[in-house]
Design a protein around this ligand. Sequence first.
Ligand code: 5RP
Length: 229
Amino acid sequence: MTNNPAVNPKQQVAEQAANMVENGMIVGLGTGSTANLFIDALAQRSRQEELQLRVVASSVISHNRAIKAGLSVLSINQLSGLDMYVDGADEVSDDLSLLKGRGQDLVKEKLLARHADQFVVLVDESKQVRQIGEKHPIPVEVAPDCWQLVQAALQQQGGQGSLRPNAAGDNVFYSADGNLVLDMTFTDITLKNLNQLLSTLPGVVEHGIFYLLASEVLIGKAQGVIRLT
Ligand code: 5RP
């Protein structure tokens, strides 16, 4: 465990992950407050050590932040692979399963996580759970015309939930890819089976369970950083 109480836990994991990046890498940038800290830490290290890095972003926000920080940004459609993807998460369990997708960029987040040689997850200890789905519903991103059929199919499997509203609460929420999101809770189904169900149900574009994708999780705690592998 590394101990640096002077900085906050998210800052600590962001800096530790930035130090894991090697010269010449293509690095995927996640989305959220922790991913923002990583982008800044990576840009600072890249400037100081004159690293030759290229990055690719999972969202417009991360793309713009990376450009502003002086990083060299590629488009996803220029990639045939990437060395490392670094992102936050909403929930993490001890077996390195994750829940993501409280933001609007789930499709690109999972795409980059899946195609990276290493997927490094950055969280503080508030994100640790015994079971995925313990604190948040599972986001299920659906093509707009499909949501009722998907909802009905998931209800048949014991799921409960409805379309996510937008921030103002006066309309439905649309993802960055123009889809709707069903926020669903499930009981009596294992994470493995739920992942299989959501990954194969027609009409589902993507979902928030990141099963067997993370290479390691850095957890920022008051006493320092814990590394789960
Ligand atoms: C967005 C995500 C974020 O990574 C997750 O919400 C964590 O955010 P933060 O770093 O702000 O706590 O999955 O879809």
